[in-house]
Design a protein around this ligand. Structure first.
Ligand code: BG6
Length: 484
């Protein structure tokens, strides 16, 4: 058993969680800059840590300090990217997934001309990666749209966002097409219904005419249309590039074999896969659409939308995988949080401090399910373990729990490949500690590289290699043959 030659090993980050420099070189505010770190919030309650209101957005806009707005400072990748890329190269990365912050290129999303300094930053990053032989895979939208578009249009609920996004992507393709051959459209597009603001700039209290959920499905439809337009554009502008969709793979098992649990589970999984179905098959799945119609929340479509979606499907399927859930019809079943979801606890699985259930076999199940359904190459673009790390007196960090997590997941990945799954690559989330998307914490650490910063921004920002750094280096060097 072995991974295919040329397997793309690497790591994944997002601009809003690493760059910092939120008000530098003409960057505009993004939805990530108003995400507040709340020390008292229950980190297992994702609605409390990701929810927004006009009141707290306005308070955030008036506040210039970064202490409680950690995504404004990130880990200062904006100024330290050379050091970080060198460390990734030392680990042997073949690929690095990163995103381009829309508000660094178009500060409010509506300027006629792009911000030259923003373009220069990404050009420098891609040039440096080229020197280090690290291939980029770039997410065009990763939880960081210009805040101005959320405030003016209520984000993606408004159809005008389609053209504004296409304009941004045109600039990205024009300036970075020579470096970037792998693109992803919307990070975890399915998360619109779980955290509408950071995914699509939707401020629920502005959803006047239609209810919140209707707003979310309308926004998703606009993203499907935008995604199709952008795929078409990419094929015209960079013929040798490929476009992938990006799904949060939320595999759900029935909590028991009671038929009611099985039926409820089937519905959950279909709802999750819906977002990939549209982008791979080029049409809305009949079952989900019917359900939305019955609930009165089906999106309004314009003539030509469905033809565009049908004619411009994606080349590959990428996804994040962290945990699995179960589903039960019993209202008293014990629940546990996952990646911005709440599901029924699985008695067979351990959980992290954040309640996310650790399930390596679930990765194999997910790979096989996705490949069998879509018959497209797959790319795991996020997988990892958020934990607190302890720095020993001599500065070392012994994160055996992280090594154990990855080893078990890699073995299942290998088994899926062996069964015939076409897997292009794997990027861990995240190769370096960064700000958590869900809780805005620094102490929820994912990296092979430790960053000296606490939740309130104290620390030197120095980078230190954890034990997992050397382990992953060995895995990559042997193309997964040595996971010991
Ligand atoms: C994914 C996101 O949902 O999960 C990332 O694409 C995020 O941006 C990752 O960081 C882990 O979630 P969290 O909340 O632990 O940062």
């Amino acid at each position: 058993m072995s991974f295919p030659n040329g397997f793309l090993w690497g790591g994944a980050v997002a601009a809003n969680q690493v760059e910092g420099a939120w008000d530098v070189d003409g960057r505009g505010m993004s939805v990530a800059d108003v995400a507040q770190y709340r020390p008292d919030a229950d980190v297992k309650d994702y609605k409390a840590t990701t929810g927004v209101s006009m009141e707290n957005i306005n308070r955030a806009i008036a506040e210039k300090d970064t202490t409680y707005y950690p995504k404004r400072r990130g880990i200062d990748f904006y100024h330290r990217y050379k050091e970080d890329l060198a460390l990734f190269a030392e680990m042997g990365f073949k690929v690095l997934r990163l995103s381009i912050a829309w508000s660094r290129i178009f500060p409010t999303g509506e300027e006629d001309e792009p911000n030259e300094k923003g373009l220069a930053f990404y050009r420098d990053v891609f040039e440096e990666m080229k020197q280090l032989h690290i291939q980029p895979i770039v997410t065009l939208s990763h939880y960081e749209m210009p805040l101005a578009l959320a405030l003016k249009y209520n984000g993606w609920t408004d159809r005008r966002l389609i053209d504004l996004f296409v304009k941004f992507c045109t600039v990205c393709f024009e300036h970075f097409g020579e470096y970037v051959k792998l693109w992803l459209n919307f990070n975890e597009i399915d998360s619109i219904i779980r955290h509408p603001f950071i995914t699509a700039g939707i401020i629920p209290e502005l959803c006047e005419e239609r209810d919140d959920l209707a707003c979310c499905y309308q926004a998703a439809h606009h993203q499907f249309v935008a995604g199709a337009k952008v795929t078409k554009l990419m094929r015209e502008m960079i013929p040798d590039a490929k476009m992938g969709l990006m799904l949060t793979k939320l595999t759900t098992y029935p909590n028991t074999c009671a038929p009611g649990d099985v039926a409820a589970t089937q519905k959950k999984n279909l709802e999750n896969l819906f977002y990939a179905d549209v982008q791979v098959f080029g049409e809305y799945p009949r079952l989900v659409l019917k359900d939305l119609e019955h609930r009165g929340i089906a999106p309004i479509m314009e003539e030509g939308d469905l033809a565009l979606i049908r004619e411009n499907t994606v080349d590959f399927v990428s996804f994040s995988y962290y945990m699995t859930m179960t589903e039960s019809v019993d209202p008293n079943a014990e629940r546990t949080p996952g990646n911005t979801v709440l599901g029924v606890k699985n008695p067979y699985l351990p959980s992290s401090e954040w309640g996310w259930q650790i399930d390596p076999v679930g990765l194999r199940v997910s790979l096989i399910e996705l490949y069998d359904r879509y018959k497209k190459p797959l790319f795991i673009v996020e997988n990892g373990l958020g934990m607190r790390d302890t720095v020993e007196e001599d500065g070392s960090i012994h994160d055996n729990y992280r090594i154990d997590y990855f080893r078990k997941h890699f073995k299942e990945m290998e088994a899926a490949v062996d069964e015939g799954v076409e897997l292009m690559g794997y990027t861990s989330w995240a190769p370096i500690d960064l700000i958590s998307a869900g809780t805005n914490q620094m102490s929820k650490r994912y990296g092979f590289i430790y960053v000296d910063q606490d939740d309130l921004g104290n620390g030197t920002l120095d980078r230190t290699k954890k034990d997992s750094f050397y382990w992953y280096q060995k895995v990559i060097a042997t193309n997964g043959r040595d996971m010991g």
